[in-house]
Design a protein around this ligand. Structure first.
Ligand code: IPM
Ligand code: MG
Length: 350
């Protein structure tokens, strides 16, 4: 039986992950589960945000259900001991170079966005974000200049093969959807982006069925709030994708609704699935968090790591139905607790 590593992490991570697991247990009975600490919880358990046993489990598992990491209590630690380091190591150790972040609006939530309903109606975007390169993983440091000033520096780079493999995911995703791919870069200023754009242009000849456009990241940020429904698939680098995916989440209403998948292959390989919201330490342990993003991440797990499209759609339809029936956690203006929202989704599965 496939093994699911459950890494709940910090803050609301364990609470929302528990609901996702409950849904998974019903929709795909018989999976094996193993839990392990990560992030601040990993540091507390064994002095490192990514304990060896946790990494070993993540490598051995068929898929990883991930909660969230981070807590202000760990911000003063050295960078490699902070919770975020666990997430970055998992991504690079497992080679999860493709981060899929859909931003869709559920009909019942059309007025939950801070944008006007007529602007976000029908929103259905996928951001394909490169996840193991860019300025995130380049050399970095702090130094003191001759004049005594401190200087921080981070190296940004993309090699041909890194761009090709993530662009391939973008093209393949666009092919399966509306056939529109927007590649986002900053080629008017950055050499890294010039190579990115050149490679995407070269590759576009192999995908005549996909209409490719190129957009500078500042313009893309503007277009995402001006007219977000113009986008189908966006492919971009690690840093730009980090920023644009948070922005896109707000077009879709609550950040509590959006799942993500981190993959190294389209289907059938160990991937990591996590809500894009963070650990929200301010509401941790209060049973207030919205578990929908985690539940929808479980749907992505079923789709990509278990290859069961029908079961994935069953979960997604249940979330949509629960919302149609009026189920709302606090972030959506309702009063349901985390587990009550999980119950509502489970009821809607029937
Ligand atoms: C994300 C997060 C992470 C990132 C942080 C927690 C390291 O913001 O997954 O988007 O920057 O990639
Ligand atoms: Mg982010």
């Amino acid at each position: 039986m496939p093994l699911i590593a459950v890494l709940g992490g910090d803050g609301i991570g364990p609470e929302v992950t528990a609901e996702a697991r409950r849904v998974l247990e019903i929709v795909v009975p018989g999976l094996d589960y193993e839990e392990a600490p990560v992030g601040g919880a990993g540091y507390d358990a064994s002095g490192h945000p990514l304990p060896e046993a946790t990494l070993a489990l993540a490598k051995r598992a068929d898929a990883i259900l991930f909660g969230a990491i981070g807590d202000p209590r760990y911000e003063k630690l050295e960078r490699h001991l902070r919770p975020e380091a666990a997430l970055l190591s998992l991504r690079s150790e497992l080679g999860l170079f493709a981060n899929i972040r859909p931003a869709t609006i559920f009909p019942a939530l059309a007025d939950a966005s801070s944008l006007k309903p007529e602007v976000v109606n029908g929103l259905d975007i996928v951001i394909v974000r490169e996840l193991t390169g860019d300025v995130y993983f380049g050399e970095k440091g702090q130094r003191v200049l001759d004049n005594g000033q401190r200087q921080g520096w981070d190296m940004m780079s993309y090699a041909d093969y890194e761009i090709r493999r993530i662009a391939t995911v973008g093209f393949e995703m666009a092919k399966r959807r509306k056939g529109k791919l927007c590649s986002v870069d900053k080629a008017n200023v950055l050499e890294t982006s010039q190579v990115w754009r050149d490679v995407v242009i070269e590759m576009s000849a192999q995908y005549p069925e996909v209409a490719v456009t190129h957009m500078y990241v500042d313009n893309a940020a503007m277009q995402l709030v001006r007219a977000p429904t113009q986008f189908d698939v966006i492919v971009t680098g690690n840093l730009f994708g980090d920023i644009l995916s948070d922005q896109a989440s707000m077009c879709a209403g609550s950040i509590g609704m959006l799942p993500s998948a981190s993959l190294r292959a389209w289907v059938g390989e160990n991937g990591m699935y996590e809500p894009i919201h963070g650990s929200a330490p301010d509401i941790a342990g209060q049973g207030k968090a919205n578990p929908c993003a985690a539940i929808l991440s479980a749907a992505m797990l079923v789709r990509h790591s278990l290859g069961d499209e029908a079961a994935a759609q069953r979960i997604e339809a249940a979330v949509s139905k629960a919302l149609d029936d009026g189920a709302r956690t606090a972030d959506l203006g309702g009063t349901l607790s985390t587990t009550a929202m999980g119950d509502a989704v489970i009821e809607a599965l029937a």
